[in-house]
Design a protein around this ligand. Structure first.
Ligand SMILES: C[S@@+](CC[C@H](N)C(=O)[O-])C[C@H]1O[C@@H](n2cnc3c(N)ncnc32)[C@H](O)[C@@H]1O
Length: 288
């Protein structure tokens, strides 16, 4: 819970300026273009892009944008789904998400977000109404590295999918973007909660499989404490992602690493991250 609370605070404080940084405009375009280039790869039976062509019940395509922030993934996938539900732990992010949608005249029945955290111990009671289940796709953009327990998170998100539905996540891959000069001599960062010190304990790497982050240590050290406190890891490796997808019961796992790196700036420090997309399908129950 401590990590979740750190996220709520950090992203609440960030909301107003979240989309304003000049570097972010390019990142938004990059992610949006890459998502759209991956529509077939994601493998959802997407809605036809013609606007409101008398959508039948059977043609509905329902998106859950989990940890939606201001709605980047919702906007990227918007033309290919019929309804979008956002969930985010940060009330300010949820307000910004809803304001953006209403400002451009999208009805709430089509796109809206609510505050929530599906990963609390008691969260089987949270968001229990039918409208929060049976999604065709659950998408999570750049948020898995903020989650305390990615296996629990994945299981909880899979509960929200319909059989045959797809979990699609976007995050940073380990090491792939590493500048050669940084290849040795720095170590991956693993964070165990906002109250711990931020030691780069090597013992954790073997255990969790996180090492060789592509963020140089000098950059890591200069990132604001509130940001560091909001993350669990800086990046993932493919085997780990596959493992928590499969442990949550997903099948047809696939991963795609984007060629073009994402440029980011925080606290006057710049960094380049390598982005991956991963997807898995909730099995369709077989008749016995
Ligand atoms: C880096 S932002 C990404 C926002 C958006 N998906 C995007 O791609 O721009 C991470 C988001 O995850 C949210 N978040 C972090 N932990 C969460 C949790 N346990 N449940 C729901 N949202 C969470 C934060 O509030 C924040 O809006």
């Amino acid at each position: 819970m401590a990590l979740a609370e750190a996220n709520r605070k950090f992203f609440d404080s960030l909301t107003d300026t979240y989309d304003d940084a000049p570097w972010r405009a390019k990142a938004i375009t990059q992610i949006t273009d890459a998502v759209r280039e991956h529509l077939n790869w994601i493998g959802v039976n997407w809605a036809k892009p013609e606007p409101n062509a008398g959508v039948e019940e059977a043609e509905k395509v329902r998106l859950l944008d989990y940890a939606c922030g201001t709605g980047l993934i919702s906007r990227a996938l918007g033309p290919y789904v019929t309804t979008t539900t956002g969930i985010d732990i940060s009330p300010n992010m949820v307000s910004a998400f809803n304001k953006r949608a209403t400002d451009v005249g999208i009805p709430q029945s089509q796109v809206s977000a609510v505050v929530g955290n599906l990963f609390t111990p008691e969260s089987s009671d949270a968001l229990a109404e039918p409208e929060y289940f049976n999604f065709d796709i659950v998408a999570v953009g750049s948020a898995y590295h903020h989650f305390e327990d990615v296996t629990l998170a994945t299981k909880r998100l899979v509960e929200r999918l319909k059989p045959g539905g797809v979990l699609f996540i976007i995050d940073f891959i380990q090491g792939a973007g590493m500048d050669h000069s940084h290849e040795h001599g720095h170590h991956g960062y693993v964070h165990h909660g906002p109250n711990n010190d931020h030691g780069h304990g090597h013992a954790h790497h073997a255990h969790h499989g996180y090492s060789h982050t592509d963020i140089p240590e000098d950059v890591l050290k200069e990132l604001p404490k509130e940001m560091i406190d909001s993350i669990k890891v800086t990046d993932f490796d493919e085997a780990h992602v596959r493992a928590f997808f499969e442990e949550a019961g997903l099948v047809e796992f696939a991963i795609s690493v984007l060629d073009e790196k994402l440029y980011m700036e925080y606290s006057g420090r710049s960094m380049e991250r390598t982005v991956f997309f991963a997807k898995g399908m909730k099995p369709v129950a077989q008749d016995i």
